[in-house]
Design a protein around this ligand. Sequence first.
Ligand code: SAM
Length: 187
Amino acid sequence: MMQTAVNVLTIAQGAWLKALETAKVIVDATSGAGKDTLFLAQHKRPEAHIYAFDVQPTAMIQTKKTTEDYKEHITYILDSHENINQMIKEKLDLVVFNLGYLPGGDHSITTVPEVTVKAVEKAMDNLAVNGVISIMVYPGHPAGKEESVHLFIMLEELPKEDYSVMKCHLVNHDETAPYLYLIEKVR
Ligand code: SAM
C-alpha cells in the first residue's frame, strides 16, 4: 500500500506549503534533478522568487529542464550553497536542503558535513522572522551519517527563544532511514 501522510517528504511539503503562503524569497539549496524546485515553483505566490543552487553542472541541466515552465521565476546558481549570502542579499523566507547525492548521478558528489553545517548557519543568519529551513537527512551512507551527527550537534545548541527546531523521523524504521529537520526563526 502506498504510504501517504506518514512520510517525511509529505511532512516537509506540508511545512513548505505553509511557508509559501507568505514567502517572497525561496531557496532550493540542493536542486539536483529539480523535483523540489518544481514543487516550490508550482505552489509559490506569483510574486515570489526562487534561487536554485547546485554544484553539479549535470544536476543544474536537469533542474532547468524540470522547471522549464517556471524559469522566469527562478535564478539558477551553479555554486555551493555555502555562498548563499553572497548570492542573495534579501531576507530568506524558505530554504530547502535535500542532502546526499543525486539519485542516478555521481554518488561521489555528495553534500559534505562541514559545508552543510556552514550553509545552514549562513541561511539562519539571513532568515526572516518566521522563515523556515527544511533539511532532509540521509544517514544511510557514511557521509550522510557524519552529516547527521554534525547537524545535530549544531542544532541542539540553538536557543529556543530564537529558533524552533523539529526532528521528524520514523521511530519504527531503521536508524538509517531518511529524516527531516524543520527550523523556524521565531524572533
Ligand atoms: N532536491 C533534489 C531533487 O528534488 O531532485 C535532490 C537533491 S540530491 C539528494 C543532492 C544534491 O546536492 C546533488 O545534486 C548535489 O550535486 C548537490 N550538492 C552537493 N553539494 C552541494 C553544495 N555544496 N552546494 C549545492 N549543492 C550541492
